[in-house]
Write a protein that binds this ligand. Structure first.
Ligand code: FE2
Ligand code: FE2
Length: 363
């Protein structure tokens, strides 16, 4: 398994713009990815079974509640980038670059769906979602520009490798990433609301309205999945859902634990934060997933920690290079794969799906 990013941590501080783009074009299992899919199959989705809820959601997206939100206002305090502790600066830039890439990757996928489709419902939905993600990515890029770095988004579209996913995998992965995005942003926002002295950058003030966009995007994917009950109820698909949940949660754990200075500055204990985000995401996902990972199981955290150690070992082995480095990389990769299996085999919690899929953001 080729899982660990050469996290860009060494190149971030004081780097040239092309380096930031290089960080964003790196493709590893941990970095945000760019996706492509069978657009024709997605174009054939018929939203009739969820028409009433669909129309309501689309009307809300069309009204564009966050139209004026992604602009710097007086609330945007000056940032002392030069005075920032270099390790914090590195990790924060790394955080912004990977967030920007993730937002932009959503934008590219949604825009492509809108461009290729002919189904009016689907095209309308994807045009609103592409609009939102473009704003999100642009806003982060504005923040990066103040630090003298920026991700060249046009270049990224061409240079980044695309991963093909069947539409159903796009639903599982994208639904999860939207809901987890909501949970991440709102958890940081609420934490900083209670501890404003830890807000070391103004961008966090924008997170509440921002995460409501992500919440609505997740709602749209929940409705899309609801049009075809097989997607969430067949035996094989339940296994896939569990796979995506395990992969997305464990990836987040490893990625966050690679940024100790960033979380220290926010006053957030990483393991607490991750568990909190998993808990919110899992509670929300009961709207559409009939299974849920047992994050309180005694094997859960020890194996996430083991996974993290495997990635750190893999990273060190790659740096070492040579034959010995290669062997160590394989050994650490095997350990990560084995640990993944241990996480995957923790029995899931099951529950019946609610009749009405729609939720409102309540955190
Ligand atoms: Fe977004
Ligand atoms: Fe989104």
């Amino acid at each position: 398994m080729d899982l660990y990013p050469d996290s860009g941590a060494e190149v971030a501080a004081g780097m040239a713009p092309q380096d930031t783009t290089a960080m964003a074009t790196e493709t590893t299992l941990l970095n945000p990815r760019f996706y492509t899919t069978d657009f024709d199959e997605m174009d054939r989705i018929d939203v009739t079974p969820v028409r009433k809820e669909w129309d309501k959601l689309i009307a809300q997206m069309k009204s564009d509640p966050n139209k004026g939100h992604f602009k710097k206002t007086d609330a945007w305090d000056a940032v002392d980038w030069d005075g920032m502790d270099p390790p914090l600066k590195r990790e924060f830039i790394d955080f912004l670059v990977s967030s920007c890439t993730a937002e932009f990757s959503g934008c590219v996928l949604y825009k492509e769906m809108k461009r290729r489709g002919s189904n009016a419902d689907i095209c309308e939905l994807f045009s609103y979602m592409a609009r939102d993600e473009a704003r999100h990515a642009g806003f982060i890029n504005d923040a990066l520009r103040e630090a003298g770095v920026a991700v060249n988004l046009g270049f990224l579209t061409k240079a980044k490798k695309y991963t093909y996913f069947r539409p159903k995998f796009i639903y599982y992965a994208t639904y999860l990433s939207e809901k987890i995005g909501y949970a991440r942003y709102i958890t940081i926002f609420r934490h900083l609301e209670a501890h404003p002295e830890q807000r070391f950058h103004p961008i966090f003030k924008w997170f509440r309205e921002w995460c409501n966009d992500e919440f609505s995007h997740g709602e749209a994917f929940a409705l899309l999945m609801k049009t075809d009950p097989k997607l969430t109820e067949s035996f094989v698909n339940k296994l896939w859902i569990k796979f995506f949940l395990t992969a997305v949660y464990s990836t987040m754990w490893v990625r966050d634990h690679a940024r100790p200075e960033f979380h220290k500055a926010l006053g957030v204990e990483i393991s607490w934060y991750d568990q909190e985000v998993f808990r919110k995401t899992s509670t929300i996902a009961r709207q559409i997933f009939p299974i849920e990972l047992d994050i309180d199981h005694p094997r859960w955290i020890p194996n996430l920690e083991r996974m993290n150690r495997a990635f750190i070992a893999m990273d060190a082995a790659k740096r070492q290079g040579g034959v010995a480095g290669k062997l160590k990389t394989w050994a650490a990769g095997a350990k990560a794969a084995f640990t993944f299996a241990r996480l995957y085999t923790i029995p899931a919690k099951r529950h019946a799906l609610p009749a009405n899929v729609r939720l409102e953001p309540t955190y």
